[in-house]
Design a protein around this ligand. Structure first.
Ligand code: PEP
Ligand code: MG
Length: 323
């Protein structure tokens, strides 16, 4: 941690005019939680559990998963820890599942779609999560949700697993929040409906940009089109926040955009409740938010949402938010 930032480690993340937000950290394995803690994370906003399943020859057992989840929860103490259920497929392969080759892996058999199809894999993970829940402040998050039915089906499996544990007299926390990633345009568009089904949203801009603009996030040749300032993307983000708040749930973001200093001012202005990012971005983001005035950012974000092009938006923001 850089010297100039150290003083911020145990501070709140609050704007000049008193708007408080939460800064979470994105992690890929349990050891990263230490680093998150050292960098002043107020929680884990995204634990990508797929890394537990990768680079090995078979599925991780319930016990293995339980220890990994327990470790993160213990490191974070009473701070919230959002653990995302398995998000494989797309660019993340699991050779031992012998999934068929697909023409469009990013539009294919992946994430929650696999979990709802191969329920044993999903159940094992949910059992491990529920068992670990008594060691901290766990929140469960489903990836790649595109419909209300998927949320309900996933929750049905979760309820089944809870009943199993009860029959076996195994303890789990009774007040675990369950949320979803909003990373598919369909989910953003029906976020008013989805908000009634869950306790929170976390906007996954990495995929939301890719799917909204039909630009492969890995394709160098079209990377100039992969632009978070695209008005279509910003409008969707705004809608998701508004719809979440109308239903009384909190809205976070765990895509790269959440830690991008060019976008933090308008995300604050749009009312985003939680920003989750890589450990290195946490303290700079906190320092930035300390210097911002929420009421001003609200006006700026309203103006931005009226603009026609990414370029216009970016230029306006550079001028309006330079400190
Ligand atoms: C996202 O899509 O924004 C996200 C956070 O998930 P991942 O990068 O793991 O797809
Ligand atoms: Mg994603």
């Amino acid at each position: 941690v850089k010297r100039g930032l150290r003083a911020l480690i145990n501070r709140e993340t609050i704007s000049k005019d008193g708007k408080k937000v939460e800064l979470g950290c994105n992690i890929g394995n349990p050891n990263d939680a230490e680093k998150a803690h050292e960098n002043g994370a107020e929680g884990i906003g995204l634990y990508r559990t797929e890394f537990l399943y990768m680079d090995r020859s078979d599925l991780p057992s319930e016990e293995e998963q339980f220890s990994a989840y327990k470790k993160v929860l213990e490191i974070m103490g009473d701070r919230p820890v959002v653990i995302r259920t398995l998000d494989v497929g797309g660019d993340k392969e699991l050779p031992y599942l012998q999934l068929p080759r697909e023409m469009n892996p990013f539009l294919g058999y992946r994430a929650i779609r696999i979990c709802l199809d191969q329920k044993e894999i999903f159940k094992t993970q949910l059992r491990a999560l529920l068992r670990a829940s008594t060691y901290g402040n766990l929140k469960i998050m489903y990836p790649m949700i595109s419909s209300v039915e998927e949320v309900r089906s996933a929750n049905t499996v979760l309820e089944e697993v809870k009943e199993e544990l009860e029959r076996e007299n195994i303890a789990y926390s009774k007040d675990i929040e369950v949320g979803i990633m909003i990373e598919i345009p369909a989910a953003a568009i029906i976020s008013d409906l989805l908000a009634k089904e869950v306790d929170f949203f976390s906007i996954g801009t990495n995929d939301l940009i890719q799917y909204t603009t039909a630009v492969d996030r890995m394709n160098e040749k079209i990377s100039h089109l992969y632009n978070p300032f695209n008005p279509a993307v910003l409008r969707l983000i705004q809608q998701v926040i508004v719809n979440g708040h109308r239903a009384g749930i909190w809205v976070g973001m765990c895509g790269e955009v959440a830690g991008d200093k060019r976008l933090i001012p308008i995300l604050l202005g749009m009312g985003l409740d939680e920003f989750s990012m890589s450990a290195g971005n946490l303290l700079p983001a906190r320092r930035q938010i300390h210097g911002l005035i929420y009421e001003e950012m609200k006006n700026i974000s309203e103006k931005v949402l009226e603009m026609s092009t990414a370029e216009e938006i970016q230029q306006f923001l550079t001028e309006a938010t330079s400190q």
